[in-house]
Design a protein around this ligand. Sequence first.
Ligand code: SAH
Length: 357
Amino acid sequence: MNALATRIASLIAVEGPLSVAQFMTLCLHDPAGGTYGARDPIGGDFITAPEISQTFGELLGLWTVQAWHDQGRPDGARLVELGPGRGTLMADALRAIAAAAPDFLAEAEVTLVEASPILESLQRDRLKTSAVDISWCKHFDSTLTDRPLFLLANEFFDCLPVRQFVKTAHGWHERMVTAENGALAFALAPAPVPPSMIPPDRAAAPDGGVYETAPAALALTEEIAAAIAAKGGAALIIDYGYDQPGFGETLQAVAGHKFAEVLAEPGESDLSAHVDFRALAKAAQNGGAAAYGPVTQCNFLADLGIGPRAEQLMIANPTQARGIADAVDRLVNPEKMGALFKVLAIAAKNAAPLPGF
Ligand code: SAH
């Protein structure tokens, strides 16, 4: 067992088994050994769209400006990014926004929500030459809901912790992480959960079927939607995930660009789960807003003009044309990231339709 696994096993010895969500939080955010708490996994363990092509952040910036424009250019908007990684998406978005609509930035407040001190310092460094003042906070909270809210989140919701419930002949039991014979292991909680905790469309699962839910993701989406319903703005959530829920689990560990064992080396792999977009859309509606999509990343980016933008870049940088085309292909090709990644947006019910949907 690595050092974090040993500490998790000691915690289990004192407090009893952990939910999968508690385990995931420790693996991701532990300050001494967590994937984000103690290091930067982006590039080494996995790669994200803004790190692949500058067109991604640029188009998200232009999407924001278009939504702001269509809502009557409200003064003093707030631009928020959740989980900004290395700050690349925001750097590219701000460059595009500054070119297309400098008046958006003149009045806007830009805030990055980042839990990891290590990633925050990378973001500060990446954005230090930015023309706008940027502030940071650790969590999305009510201080961010006072103005029209324009919010971007790429590969953020997949790292929010999931709970898992497994169907057995005796009802649904929560899947827990326990420690046995010097190793971490999965085990089912002995008592079943009340049937009301399982949504009706999952109740028909076969024995062994798994219901996975991300309570923090749902609560956060509802809070964002309520802020947008009250003050205007729009949110864009991009992630890998599904629209039609199944009966399988999606929790996964990735290290060095390969799948790894979830329990094997806590903190040394990146734990994430596929995003249940239907549940997020419902949470947005519960918050009083309208949900758009999900649509596939390939359709969304094509609609926003990734093709012409890539051509422009290739003409301006002929020696890099091949690399630019390959990077864009990776984002939009349905066999690469184009179909697995999906895009959900949130706006007030009476707002102008959002671009890309
Ligand atoms: N959006 C970036 C990074 C994705 S990795 C990109 O596309 O490249 C996930 C990011 O979310 C990291 O910056 C990570 O530190 C941050 N993060 C994960 N869980 C978080 C939480 N609960 N609160 C705030 N930030 C979190």
